[in-house]
Every structure is written in structure tokens, then in C-alpha cells.
Write a protein that binds this ligand. Structure first.
Ligand SMILES: Cc1cc2nc3c(=O)[nH]c(=O)nc-3n(C[C@H](O)[C@H](O)[C@H](O)COP(=O)(O)OP(=O)(O)OC[C@H]3O[C@@H](n4cnc5c(N)ncnc54)[C@H](O)[C@@H]3O)c2cc1C
Length: 251
């Protein structure tokens, strides 16, 4: 497929979401809607190197298609990197950036006829926020959706209030937050201590009950390599085949 052309977009709003993560709202000069599928990403050409391909950084779209010419990215600062320090230190509201997209095949199928597990850590929540908001806004029929989000501390919980409220209002969507560096008091249904793996494994096991095979499901994994690789191994060990697992690797 031919590459989409580079376009200019202005940053109209920057919001600090956690100590190291910001939301950036972009707006195209053209008034027409920016059409994309939830789960897709854009690539930004940042003025950080002479060589074009060393300047490109990709980000999942954290907002959902709403007929406007705006969209949101959710970006975590990597002090060791080149691109995110530029985005955090040099880019301001009113700055114009060059980008290309939407692209990517990390998207939902037409029919959501199986249970869906959306498993992520950190800013890996971005494409899943887009997906669940889209499903709810369009009343798309679905089976159970389990969104399992992992981070270190309570303060790192991106979009947590929004997603908690969404899940509370929509039976069939569960939002599980998992904290690796917090003490979670008592036993809570949707807030866990530890890592994402134990949470989706325990949901799969409890749904399976005494059946020999786990129930049909599709898994979407998003985030950094270590979590995604480990999740793939564990999901296959639960009895699912590779084809039921989709992934978006951030690095
Ligand atoms: C499809 C896709 C979607 C993504 N979506 C998101 C998203 O929604 N949000 C998000 O926050 N991120 C996302 N990412 C990750 C993002 O593209 C960047 O990789 C990330 O922001 C880091 O960029 P950076 O320029 O700061 O780091 P880079 O400059 O790319 O550096 C990355 C790492 O390489 C190491 N490194 C860099 N240069 C050197 C060097 N010279 N020597 C040794 N080590 C070096 C650094 O230690 C650093 O840890 C996504 C990635 C992909 C592929």
C-alpha cells in the first residue's frame, strides 16, 4: 500500500497526565474529519537528526474517531531517548509538527464475536482507550471485554477514572488496574497488586471452569517487548494458538 503523505498539524493542547506522561492534542489545518480505525498510529517527523528515518517516532492514537480534525497522543518521556525529550522540552501548545498516518493493522475485527482481552502497560493503554470508547459510542455488539492495564504506582494510572466510569456503566466491559509497586489493601475486584499476567490468567481460568479447553477469545497486547513476549508465552500456555494473539510493540 502506498505511504500516506506527510501533513502538518498544530498542537492545540498539552496536558500533564502523570509525572512522566503527557497528552498532546493535534489539530489539522483542514476542517475535514481525521478518519482512522481505533488501534492505528501516526508517525511524527521530529527535527532531531539529519537522516529522515532517524527522526521518525510512532505513537498510537489515544482518542477515538469523532468526526473532528483533532486527535490525541499519550507520550511517556524517555530521558535516554532523543525524540521524547524534544517533545517534552521543545514542543509547546501552538507548535506545528509534521506527521503521517493513520497506519497500522492493530485494529478490531468487524464482528466482536469472541471475548476480547486488551492487555497493556503504561502508554500501551492508548489504542485500547480508543477501541473501548469507539465500541461504547457506537453501541457495537460485543462479548466480554477485559481491559487489563499495568503500571507501577497509583499515580501512573493513565485515564483510570475515565475507564473505571466507562466500565461501571457498561456491563460486559471490565477495567482491571494492576500495580507492581503498591500495596493493594484487601481483595478488590478490579484493582490488583502485581503484574498483568496473573490477572488475565486468573480470568481465563475462572471462565474455563471444568472445561478441557479455554473459552474462545482474542488477545491484544500493547506495550514494551518484555511484557508482550511474556504474555504471548503465557497465553499460549493457557491453550490458545498464536493466531488468537495480536500485538503492537512499542520497542
Ligand atoms: C506502533 C508504535 C506505537 C507507539 N505508540 C506509543 C505511544 O502511544 N506512546 C508512547 O509513549 N510510545 C509509543 N511508542 C514508542 C515511541 O515510538 C518511541 O519509541 C518512544 O517514545 C521513545 O522515543 P525516544 O525518541 O524518546 O527514544 P529513542 O531515541 O528512540 O531511544 C529509545 C531507547 O534507545 C536507547 N538509545 C537511543 N539512542 C542511543 C544511543 N545512541 N546509544 C545507546 N542507546 C541509545 C535509549 O536508551 C532509549 O532508551 C510506539 C512505538 C510504535 C512502534
Amino acid at each position: 500500500m502506498a505511504l500516506l503523505p506527510w501533513r502538518k498539524a498544530k498542537i492545540v493542547q498539552i496536558t500533564q497526565l502523570t509525572h512522566n506522561t503527557r497528552s498532546y492534542i493535534f489539530q489539522f489545518p483542514e476542517p475535514g474529519p481525521f478518519d482512522f480505525k481505533p488501534g492505528q498510529f501516526v508517525t511524527i517527523d521530529l527535527p532531531i537528526d539529519e537522516k529522515p528515518n532517524k527522526r521518525w517516532r510512532s505513537y498510537s492514537i489515544a482518542s477515538w474517531p469523532n468526526g473532528s480534525n483533532r486527535f490525541e497522543l499519550c507520550i511517556v518521556l524517555n530521558h535516554e531517548g532523543k525524540g521524547t525529550p524534544y517533545l517534552f522540552d521543545e514542543v509547546q501548545e501552538g507548535s506545528e509538527l509534521t506527521l503521517r498516518g493513520p497506519v497500522g493493522v492493530f485494529t478490531l475485527p468487524e464482528n466482536l464475536e469472541k471475548d476480547i482481552y486488551l492487555i497493556c502497560t503504561g502508554t500501551g493503554i492508548a489504542p485500547f482507550r480508543s477501541m473501548v470508547q469507539h465500541i461504547v459510542n457506537h453501541s457495537i455488539p460485543h462479548k466480554n471485554i477485559y481491559l487489563v492495564f499495568g503500571c507501577r504506582k497509583f499515580n501512573d494510572a493513565l485515564y483510570a477514572e475515565e475507564l473505571k466510569a466507562l466500565a461501571a456503566q457498561h456491563p460486559g466491559i471490565e477495567f482491571h488496574s494492576v500495580f507492581s509497586r503498591e500495596e493493594v489493601e484487601g481483595r478488590q475486584e478490579f484493582i490488583h497488586q502485581g503484574y498483568v499476567h496473573q490477572v488475565y490468567e486468573s480470568i481465563v481460568q475462572s471462565k474455563k471452569g471444568n472445561y478441557p479447553q479455554p473459552l474462545p477469545a482474542t488477545f491484544y497486547l500493547c506495550g514494551w517487548k518484555q511484557m508482550v513476549d511474556e504474555a504471548k508465552q503465557r497465553i499460549m500456555a493457557l491453550g490458545y494458538d498464536r493466531k488468537s494473539i495480536h500485538q503492537e510493540l512499542y520497542g
